[in-house]
Design a protein around this ligand. Sequence first.
Ligand SMILES: [Zn+2]
Length: 95
Amino acid sequence: MPIYEYAPLGPGCEHCANGLEVLAKISDPELQACPHCGGEVQMRISAPNVVAGTAHIMKESHYSERGFTQYRKVEKGVYEKAGGKGPRYISDDGK
Ligand SMILES: [Zn+2]
C-alpha cells in the first residue's frame, strides 16, 4: 500500500504540523482533515510511491479530481480515454 503524505493548511497539531503520513489503499478517499485535530490537510506528494506495475492503474475519479486525463493505447498511435475530462480519443497521426 502506498503512503500518502499530508501537510496541514493551518497551524496543525503535534501529529500533523510536521506532516502526516497515511498508509492507505488507492481506493481509499483522500484525507481531508487531520484525524487528530480535525484541521484541514492537503496531500503533499501527488504521485504516491506505488509498487511498479500498478502505478498507472488509478481510479478514474482520482484523475478527474485533479483534472488529469488518462489514456490507454487501443492500437498503434491511437489512445482511448480511460478517465478524466479530455477528448474521448486521441491519435498521434493527425486524424
Ligand atoms: Zn492535526
